[in-house]
Write a protein that binds this ligand. Sequence first.
Ligand code: NG6
Ligand code: CA
Length: 506
Amino acid sequence: MKMKLFAMAALCGSFLAAHSRLAAQQKPNIIIIYADDLGYGDVSCYGMNRIKTPNIDKLAKQGVRFTNGYATSATCTPSRYGLLTGRYPWRQKNTGIAPGDASLIIPTDHKTMPAMLQDAGYQTAVIGKWHLGIGTPGQTIDWNKDLKPGPLEVGFNYSFIMPATLDRVPCVFVENHNVVNLDQNDPITVSYSHKVGNDPTGKENPEKLRMRTDPHQGHDQTIVDSISRIGWMSGGNSARWKDENIAGIITQKAIDFIGRNKQQPFFIYFASGDIHVPRYPNSMFRGKSGMGLRGDAILQLDWTVGQITHALDSLGLTKNTMIIFSSDNGPVLNDGYLDQAVELVGNHKPGGPLRGGKYSSFEAGARVPLIVKWPAGIKKATTSNALIGQIDFFASFAHLTGQTIANEDAPDSFDMLNQLLGKSMASRPYLVTQGGPLSILEGDYKYITPSKGRKVATDVNIELGNDPAPQLYNVKNDAFEKTNLAEKDPARTKAMADKLAEVIAE
Ligand code: NG6
Ligand code: CA
């Protein structure tokens, strides 16, 4: 009798488990495919006509394509921080471009977007470029030991990352808490202050390089895979990546994760290394774009999108998977390596109709491609001009998955779910973006805070949008920000400056 009851209870339990799995299954899978340094005009569905990006275009043909979608900032680390925390990065110190040995900059005492999705029953993964630091602040990171805190401590169940940027040492993959393929007899040493070990450097041995560096920008330290990097490393030889294999490896990791989790809702923050420098895509793409390695890397990025969508198709997951495609900041041609991006760009405009680029307060700095596709939830393809930020994904996904957000978490994230699904075209009331100085967008206007910074970053040849005087642009009629309206419209200028000050003080 006892046995029977036990068996009944077990049966009941497994029925309940199956039932809740079924209920949970209603929630869509979410995949963010995040490009690196891809400009507003760098894909064909945003006007690029030198090469085609059919897989990215296909997302737009079946989903919502935003014309006013913004990264949080005009560089990588702060944009990623904003996306994952729902908090403006400039509210916290040390959220600028992270050095390769930075400690974890995401606080572990606030809920992140992936942790919120874990509460909603999701399995979560980060695959690709991290660039948000690893380890405890104040402690030197030992790459041969357990690497934490990192992604697993801020809401991810699985992580397979390039720790910083592709141009920074150590050039190794980290899976969960450990460097992949590390031979303990060949330990890794990393330094950002002085040379370590005897590996050749770009400065001393330029003849060993497959790609020359820009003498004005550095990147001439330890050589890994015939490309010199920022920072010095020694050891870890069996763990070092080959640049041409990175896209293939991380794409396969994403496909494996999808396969392992096909029975339950999952979230993947897939952060491609393309099209950041050093650009050295696979031989399948090298020489194929006619625009040099930067164009070839765009083809590789598009291939990645195709591989992931194909994997979803073959597992029958396409219908209930939301794919979001975007970029962390705007475009740059020469970001330290002489890879012919400048010489071969021709009439292509990486920022499309926008002024500036990566690092800039002008529009090309943070306005980026943003596409959302979810067949079960978005029935009609649309172009949306709603003002929206990546910082809004947090609150929007909370709405989508039925989670509430505590007051102190995600303070800057607005629920824009209806806009993401194309059901509303209403703009966010305002949005703060960050080049050097902060800007605020409201209605058709943008205000840029006065700044004494240099006007042009000559090394990368980008207008930074700095001006000692206040700047006001009508970004709807004057997307290229030609006419500063601040003097003509002092009332609006003041109102927007006041609004920005209010948001900063919140
Ligand atoms: C800059 C690097 C640039 C790139 C960037 C980070 C120099 C002179 N330039 O400091 O090459 O690595 O940082 O790019 O070191 S990001 O997309 O990750 O923000
Ligand atoms: Ca970037």
